[in-house]
Design a protein. Structure first.
Lengths: 687, 314
């Protein structure tokens, strides 16, 4: 085979391989999902399946071709930040009078059905009234200190709040929805004031609405990380042990119960044996008689999970003092008394078991096992930068006081900044006068200790108090990136200002409609496609066969391309695929008709092939390019469905140019090169 | 197979009459659609709340559903049956909380029709503000897409060709729209104008421009091949030469769409129907609208000598 022939074969085969590669996760996902769904009733089998296949399943799920909500069912919500409400809430409630309300109402009437900027319109209306902003809106202490025009400063603050409100609402909603473990939630900022949320597989719409619209709760709580926390972890183990044992996961055979008896004696012995120095004691497991000795790794893992259902998920970090370095330890086969009383404790939980961990914490019996003055909370974000290679991420686990030392409504302002001396990102926070006083008391009494900043039950930061903070202005350092500082500022502001959002669009597609439409859509599409394939075969015989191969490739590549780019296939997307398939068919028909013309004119096969492609080319490129160019405004300005159509049409038209011209041509060239002098493209037989 | 032999049909002589007839029909149809109550705007464009429910045993008639929904407190609700029997679309003017309204209606219907099972197929709630923006965005992007088509065709061919294409495209989309609106009144398919049906009109636009470009491409080629041939002759020759392709492509795509009209289910059928009529119109308009306009424009506006048809005896 000559190198030229080789390259033709490559042109034909390579895209097929690439397409199959991109679609492999999609196939894998649906196969595994079916397998998994078969196990849904059986929690033990499901757990072991998840353990064995969970990672592959998640990977396949991320890379698969996603279906739009119109095809699979789900809920779609568009939220808009209510700027007027925000203005209303920013105002000092004591100063609000009829004039103030009138201006708000007037602005609402003007902006309700127009595209006018709400804040600008409000400010214009306000100016027209001849009043001063200062009369209604409090001036922050830092702005006061800065001097300058107070009117401008308030205007600036309103603008910043309006701009930040969307980010704030997004962060709050994201955190809450993640808590519910709804798979594949998509949250997107739309323009300056809107948030679009797509939730597939929603079972209870009411719950989601409540979730989205309740306001966030910001709290400051002292961190309590002592040996007592470990005692609590073991207490939770004890509660869960009975529950988990009752589940069919663990078989409680006679052998097991004796093993358990051995366990306790072993630990009791270990307890009396270990009264050495702290650092050495942290890792005690080696010294103790290991009750799991001699068991297979799987069996050990199973028993650890059974005996320490809660604490096995935790990894501890211990340092004797601030100066010494941290050492890792685990909690399995130990007792609280094994650990030193003095020292700094930290705990982390792996992201892979986090949902289970949080589920346990929600249980009423677990809550009862936690001392009344203590609460266990988890960080909102994993430690450090997210790992790309799939290694698990770790979330800090904190013990905090149960009663909030201070709630977020005392925060008046928070913004990201940079530390002048170290150039590190930090957050500046200001509090009301009353809040500042309490803050001074709290910080004064807890120098060197940590205070957790908690929004909706998740910790965003737990800074160490450096000194007593008086006057209500605090600096929070320790953010590792400007983004992190930004997020923390957003969170702190959530305490000051409840970004008011309203639902302006809500769509629910019932799963039954989704299922039915997928089934019928797929069946009819396959039938339509088969019809075209047969028609081409009947009309253009062998040529039609080649065109069919190109057509199959076309559809394969469009769908694969969509999966590869992380696109979503929706109903309008199907329209785009229909159009691009129609144009691919047309391109082949154009070519074959030209070839026939040339063959009738008495040209040889090779010449007819060349001329056929050459002459059809200008029509094919012009029609496809026209469509490609026309998709551009649709992509830029079109909303959801229009854009969905444009994406598949764009991908489809580009691929049509490739398959219908390059690939079909490569196939014909291979045939001509093989020495054939006749080829049946359904032309009349000439004598 | 070779069904379409070399043809020599006189397309151009009847062009003026057919062009006029088609445009008049389109305009009358367009006027008719603006009679009150003709256009079924979907909730995407009107705003409001719309829910679709299914009665498993098909025991409820539309009137019974109307009464039942009225008794829940939505007296002004609009009830439409669609798709398979037992499926109803209920539209309420209120824009509030879709899930609350839908839950109330489903619960109320279940109570009124205790021996049937009512399932919620879908619920949509669109704020009027969103719907007006949606309409504006769609119109803007469509307008700009048309301008781009005009510019590209004018650049690759001539301005007259670009303009002819746009005239034909406008004709196709409007006529397809008119037929959809009228057909919607038969109640056989749900063809109300929604943001999704917009994609169907975009498909018509895309297919139609593809068809025009193929014909124009032949004219461009023949202009070089037969120097001195009059425009009328060129157009007629090119239409004949591309006829077999036009018919074969059209028939195969239409056959595929027909399968979707009958088997595509609630979601695809209306979609496929609009595309089907659009493609029939688009194919027709390549011959009688785009080409006819091209000749008229070159003759009357550009004052070129377009000549008379010289049909060679075959």
């Amino acid at each position: 085979m000559s190198s030229k022939t080789w390259s033709k074969w490559l042109l034909i085969l390579l895209p097929i391989v690439a397409g199959a590669y991109l679609l492999w996760p999609t196939y894998n996902y649906y196969r595994m999902n079916q397998e998994r769904e078969g196990l849904l009733g059986d929690s033990a089998a499901l757990e072991s399946w998840d353990l064995a296949n969970g990672e592959d399943f998640a990977k396949a799920r991320n890379a698969r071709l996603k279906l739009g909500l119109d095809l699979r069912g789900g809920m779609y919500v568009t939220l808009e930040v209510d700027i007027l409400k925000l203005i209303e809430e920013s105002a000092d409630p004591l100063s609000v009078d009829e004039d103030f309300t009138n201006i708000l109402e007037k602005t609402r009437a003007q902006t309700d059905n127009t595209d006018l900027d709400v804040l600008d319109t409000y400010l214009v209306n306000f100016r027209a009234s001849g009043k001063s902003l200062l009369q209604y809106f409090p001036l922050s202490s830092s702005d006061e200190a800065k001097g300058g025009d107070p009117e401008k400063a308030i205007e600036e603050k309103l603008r910043n709040d309006a701009a930040g409100a969307v980010d704030q609402a997004m962060e709050v909603i994201r955190q809450r929805i993640n808590k519910y473990d709804l798979s594949e939630v998509n949250i997107q900022k739309q323009g300056a004031r809107r948030i679009a949320i797509e939730l597939p597989d929603v079972k209870d719409e009411k719950e989601i609405r409540a979730l989205i619209q309740t306001t966030a709760r910001l709290e400051f709580k002292r961190v309590m990380m002592t040996r007592d926390l470990i005692r609590t972890f073991y207490a939770i183990d004890n509660v869960l042990k009975g529950v988990v044992a009752a589940e069919p996961v663990v078989d409680t055979t006679a052998v097991d119960s004796t093993a358990k008896a051995k366990d306790t004696t072993a630990i009791a012995k270990a307890d009396t044996a270990t009264k050495d120095t702290a650092a050495a004691k942290v890792d005690t497991s080696k010294k103790n008689a290991n009750p799991y000795a001699g068991l297979s790794d799987d069996e050990v893992a199973r028993r650890v999970k059974r005996d320490y259902p809660f604490s096995y998920m935790l990894t501890g970090l211990f340092a004797q003092s601030e100066k010494s370095s941290f050492q890792n330890f685990d909690l399995v086969l130990k007792k609280a008394e094994d650990f030193p009383e003095q020292g700094i404790y930290n705990f982390v939980v792996s992201g892979t078991v986090l949902p289970q961990f949080l589920k346990y914490l929600e249980r009423a019996d677990v809550k009862r096992a936690i001392p009344t003055d203590l609460d266990i909370v988890v960080a909102a974000r994993p430690e450090g930068t997210p790992a790309k290679d799939g290694t698990p991420e770790f979330y800090n686990v904190y013990g905090v006081v149960r009663e909030a030392d201070l709630t977020g409504d005392v925060v008046t302002e928070a913004f990201p900044s940079f530390d002048q001396s170290s150039n590190q990102p930090m957050v500046l926070m200001e509090m009301t006068g009353e809040g500042g006083e309490r803050w001074a008391q709290i910080t004064g009494a807890n120098i060197g200790k940590r205070i957790a900043i908690i929004l909706d039950g998740r910790v965003y930061s737990a800074p160490t108090v450096q000194n007593k903070i008086t006057g209500g202005s605090s600096q929070i350092t320790g953010a590792t990136s400007p983004e992190e500082a930004n997020l923390l500022a957003v969170v702190l502001k959530a305490g000051a200002l409840k970004a008011p959002v309203k639902i302006i669009e809500e769509r629910v597609v019932g799963p039954s409609l989704g299922e039915d439409s997928i089934r019928r859509g797929i069946t009819s599409s396959i039938l339509s496609f088969a019809l075209i394939v047969l028609f081409m075969l009947a009309y253009y015989v062998w040529g039609g066969g080649l065109a069919d191969i190109a057509l199959l490739m076309n559809v394969l590549l469009v769908v694969a391309g969509l999966a590869g780019f992380g696109g979503t296939l929706s109903l309008p997307g199907i329209a785009g695929i229909i159009l691009s398939t129609a144009m691919a068919v047309d391109a082949n028909i154009l070519i074959f008709e030209r070839m026939r013309e040339e063959l009738y004119a008495g040209k040889t096969l090779k010449v007819a092939i060349d001329l056929g492609f050459e002459k059809a080319w200008s029509a094919i490129i012009d029609s496809n390019l026209t469509n490609i160019l026309a998709t551009i405004p649709l992509l830029i300005w079109g909303s959801g469905p229009v854009r969905g159509f444009a994406v598949t049409l764009l991908v489809g038209a580009v691929i049509t140019l490739f398959t219908a011209v390059v690939v079909t041509r490569a196939m014909f060239t291979l045939i001509a090169a093989s020495g054939a002098t006749t080829f049946n493209i359904g032309q009349k037989r000439t004598a | 197979m070779d069904l379409i032999k070399k043809t020599n049909i006189d397309f151009v002589s009847s062009r003026v009459a057919i062009f006029r007839t088609s445009v008049i029909i389109t305009l009358i149809g367009l006027a008719a659609t603006f009679l009150p109550g003709m256009i079924d705007l979907g909730i995407d464009f009107t705003g409001g709340t719309q829910i679709t429910v299914k009665f498993a045993n098909q025991s409820a008639s539309a009137d019974q559903v109307r009464v039942a929904v009225g008794s829940i407190g939505y007296g002004s609700a609009e009830i439409k049956s669609f798709g398979s029997t037992g499926e109803y679309l209920i539209r309420v003017n209120e824009t509030g909380r879709a899930s609350e309204i839908s839950a109330a209606i489903v619960a109320g219907l279940q109570k009124s029709f205790a021996n049937d099972t009512v399932t919620l197929l879908g619920a949509d709630n669109v704020d009027p503000k969103v719907s007006s923006e949606l309409a504006f965005d769609s119109a803007l992007s469509l307008f700009l897409a048309t301008i781009i088509i005009l510019l590209y065709v004018a650049f690759r061919f001539q301005f007259a060709y670009g303009l002819s294409a746009i005239v034909a495209l406008a004709h196709d989309v409007v006529l397809a729209f008119v037929i959809s609106v009228l057909f919607n009144k038969t109640g056989l398919l749900n063809l109300e104008l929604s943001i999704n049906s917009l994609a169907a009109y975009l498909t018509i636009l895309g297919y139609s421009i593809n068809d025009k470009v193929v014909v124009f491409d032949r004219i461009r080629e023949n202009r070089e091949k037969h120097k001195g041939m009059s425009l009328v002759d060129l157009v007629n020759l090119s239409l004949n030469e591309t006829l077999s392709r036009t018919i074969i492509t059209g028939v195969s795509v239409l056959a595929a769409l027909l399968v979707m009209v009958f088997l595509g289910g609630d979601v695809l059928e209306g979609f496929a129907f609009t595309m089907f009529i659009g493609i029939v119109i688009g194919t027709f308009s390549s011959i009688y609208i785009a080409s006819a306009f091209l000749i008229w424009y070159s003759d009357r506006v550009q004052h070129k000598n377009v000549g008379e048809l010289h049909t060679k005896k075959a």
